[in-house]
Design a protein. Structure first.
Length: 281
């Protein structure tokens, strides 16, 4: 199909104008012809202005696209560098916060309000050993510092657990939330003859139960329960163990259903005190 005559005429016109522009540029570069070419350049600029505008309208977006594609990699690299910098700053801040918490725990261990007359050693927590039902921590002191099995371990707030394995320079502490942990507790006024029970762990992160509390025993939410010194004197009396979270009594049941939470913060232990206490003492 033959191309329309008007279209052919347009392309011929553009070709002629391009040829004229090249000729003007060539003449302009030669000395002595500037007074001639200056007028021609002005004329060419007027003629080409509409054409150049149309071409720029098509070419500029394409150029911007490729420029953006080239610059994208640079922007991406800058973004990655910024993310890395932010990550380092967050790590530094986290480390500073952890160091602050460590120092705070050490200071708090020096001023525990309970059991002031019992000798103790401060140990660092080296690892957590948690599962669905078991809850243990490892500390960096052992028999070489007098730490033996059965000794109570405390932190700010109260009882953390009991030493269940001891080696020369380390020991394993079973937390009060461990599924096998049982601690005799007492609460309420000293004149109450039924304010006692057994705290039973249910696993890390879970509330503990307190069993064997007789029906109609007075209780209140938030009430603190302490070691009662029972169980054959396995633990000294007066250490805070747990706080009452909820309770309810069902008619006909032989005991009150009680749920408690540890008074010690077991999730962020950095240092603990091992009480150098044995039942024979």
């Amino acid at each position: 199909m033959p191309r329309p005559r008007r279209s052919r005429r347009t392309w011929v016109t553009i070709a002629i104008l391009v040829l004229i522009s090249i000729t003007i540029i060539t003449l302009d570069e030669r000395a002595g012809t500037h007074h001639i070419t200056s007028g021609l350049k002005s004329f060419a600029n007027d003629v080409f202005s509409p054409v150049r505008s149309g071409v720029n309208a098509v070419v500029d977006p394409i150029g911007n696209f490729f420029a953006g594609a080239v610059n994208y990699r640079g922007l991406q690299e800058q973004n990655n560098q910024l993310r890395a910098t932010i990550g380092r700053l967050e790590e530094q801040q986290s480390g500073a916060n952890y160091t602050q918490r460590e120092q705070q725990q050490i200071d708090e261990l020096q001023h525990l309000p309970f059991l002031p007359g019992i000798s103790k050693v401060t140990a660092g927590v080296t690892s957590y050993q948690l599962s669905n039902f078991d809850a243990d921590i490892q500390i960096d002191l052992g028999t070489s510092r007098g730490v033996t099995t059965g000794m109570p371990v405390v932190g700010n707030g109260g009882l953390v657990g009991v030493v269940t394995q001891s080696y020369r320079n380390s020991a394993i502490v079973t937390l009060v939330t461990d599924g096998q942990s049982k601690v005799g507790v007492v609460f309420g006024p000293a004149t109450c003859t039924t304010c006692w029970g057994i705290s039973q762990g249910q696993g890390p992160g879970q509330q503990m139960n307190v069993n064997l509390v007789q029906p109609n025993t007075a209780l209140s939410k938030g009430e603190i329960m302490y070691t009662n010194g029972g169980q054959g004197g396995a633990l000294p009396p007066g250490i805070p163990v747990a706080k009452v979270a909820s309770y309810h009594q069902v008619s006909g049941e032989s005991q009150i259903s009680i749920h408690v939470t540890p008074t010690a913060n077991l999730s962020e232990l950095a240092y603990v005190d091992v009480l150098l206490w044995e039942p024979s003492a």
